[in-house]
Design a protein around this ligand. Structure first.
Ligand code: GLC
Length: 484
């Protein structure tokens, strides 16, 4: 019995560093706010705070037929989006998922863009559009410096992509060149013109805002994690003079919060498992916040945590199998499956452990594995909540300075966060943990989370629709006429 109690103590000890108090989460929220302001002022910050040149949420009047690309998550997608004349009608989306092999992700930019062009051509051919002329919105989910809507330069790769010769290049240019190369081979006559390059967070916000005018924050918790929000343009000090518009306008900022912590502000809460995951990644020292939250890394954090439990608390009789010791073998999908399983005997967990080389585990062992998953996913949701809280409170401050954007009631600030990403959508408790914690971290605010379906693709089409409607004056006129 004493032995069992001692083991329990060791397990609690190992897991304790994943339980963050509200005080710690408030600290994270406030650090995030500090970095946000530094980034807006062009001072040293781990948030890149990238202006998107999207100056308004949709007014629901956008319509037409568009192509959209979505690159940067688990899959690459080509979409055809039809925005109806009346916003009450359904937006029609045809889409096709294509694989981007890991070798292509990490080869040359030319190879990557040739692959994208080939997929676009395949899509056009399958949809009888091989001689069509369509404007294209490109959701490119990586940090980019923008000089305008269709003028976007990659700052650095994240999430396992590493194709050479793309950083610092104009993405629309790379895509156009690849399409021209492709057309020389196929002799097809389609004309595809990139009108807008946007981040997936921006697409998600725009899609939700199409129907919910209180939506001024977009967030992704998928392969990577990031958020954007509508900032007051006058406070974006990094904009050049010629990029500014007169007046009290807003502009959507891509925070790139995945990089939060790169300047050391999360060291007090990072664990040895976080450090191990970072060290083994292709970009050590980068995307510290993302590595504590998102789907690309969550399974890895659990794997290292299980190895610690084996070593320090004698889990599985103190034996680590070769599979458990292998990078990438504990998938984030396992975390979801284990936590979603309601069976008494924790059957899903048993099957997963079997695949990891642990046959015939005891119920106690499986419960500990489940607890490890719960601790890591709960911490991820809590950290995300700190980030959302920082953006909600900033948005509330902006609302007091500028004319209302949504249908807000002054006594209680109301805001909607548009969300997408596999972790948010698939994990059984993530969304509830997130929204409960956000309520605690920003009292007196009504924060609604709205899951966007096809957010990135539809969002790119929406931004493109406005770009086409307004032609040359896109940036000047891309505002809501009726307050949303
Ligand atoms: C990574 C990218 C970011 C993107 C996020 C979600 O953090 O750097 O641009 O929004 O993943 O896909």
């Amino acid at each position: 019995m004493a032995n069992a109690a001692a083991i329990r103590n060791q397990i609690d000890e190992v897991l304790s560093s994943y339980k963050l108090s509200n005080e710690q989460l408030e600290y994270v929220r406030d650090q995030m706010t500090q970095n946000l302001f530094n980034g807006l002022h062009g001072k040293k910050s781990s948030l890149k705070m990238l202006p998107s040149f999207v100056r308004g949420i949709p007014n629901g009047k956008e319509c037409g037929d568009f192509l959209a690309l979505d690159l940067g998550g688990t899959n690459f997608r080509v979409l055809r989006v039809k925005l109806p004349e009346k916003s009450d009608d359904r937006v029609e989306v045809d889409s096709q998922v294509y694989m981007v092999p890991e070798t292509t992700m990490r080869s040359t930019g030319e190879e990557l863009f040739d692959h994208i062009a080939e997929c676009i051509e395949d899509f056009l051919t399958r949809h009888n559009l091989a001689d069509a002329s369509l404007p294209l919105g490109f959701t490119f989910s990586f940090p980019c410096v923008q000089n305008g809507l269709d003028n976007s330069f990659l700052l650095r790769w994240t999430k396992g992509f590493n194709a050479t010769g793309v950083v610092g290049k104009d993405l629309a240019g790379l895509l156009h060149e690849a399409l021209e190369r492709r057309k020389l081979q196929s002799h097809l006559t389609y004309s595809v013109k990139v009108k807008a390059v946007i981040n997936d967070t921006v697409g998600t916000m725009m899609t939700c805002a199409y129907t919910d005018h209180d939506c001024t924050i977009g967030m992704i918790v998928g392969t990577g994690s990031n958020a954007c929000y509508m900032e007051s343009e006058a406070d974006i000090k990094t904009l050049k003079k010629e990029q500014r518009l007169a007046g009290n306008g807003r502009m959507c900022i891509n925070t790139e919060w995945g990089g939060f912590g790169e300047n050391g502000s999360l060291e007090s809460i990072r664990t040895d498992c976080d450090r191990a995951v970072d060290k083994e990644s292709i970009n050590p020292g980068c995307m510290i916040f993302e590595k504590m939250i998102s789907g690309m890394y969550m399974g890895e954090v659990v794997r290292y945590l299980l190895l610690n439990l084996v070593r320090q608390a004698g889990l599985f009789g103190g034996v680590a199998t070769d599979i458990l010791k292998t990078k990438g073998k504990f998938l984030t999908a396992f975390v979801t499956q284990i936590e979603a399983d309601r069976s008494h005997q924790l059957k899903a967990c048993s099957q997963i452990l079997d695949c990891l080389g642990y046959a015939n585990t005891t119920l106690e062992e499986r419960s500990v594995v489940r607890e490890a998953c719960v601790n890591v996913s709960t911490r991820a949701a809590n950290l995300c909540a700190s980030g959302v809280a920082a953006l909600v409170l900033r948005s509330r401050d902006i609302e007091t300075k500028l004319p209302a954007l949504g249908s807000g009631d002054a006594s209680r600030f109301r805001i909607t966060v548009g969300v997408d990403g596999t972790v948010y959508k698939k994990h059984p408790r993530f969304r509830f943990l997130l929204s409960d914690k956000v309520s605690e971290l920003c009292p007196n605010c009504d924060v609604t989370f709205r899951q966007s379906s096809d957010g990135s693709g539809k969002g790119a089409a929406l931004v493109t629709a406005v770009a086409c409607r307004l032609g040359e004056n896109i940036e000047a006129d891309f505002t809501t006429e009726d307050g949303g």
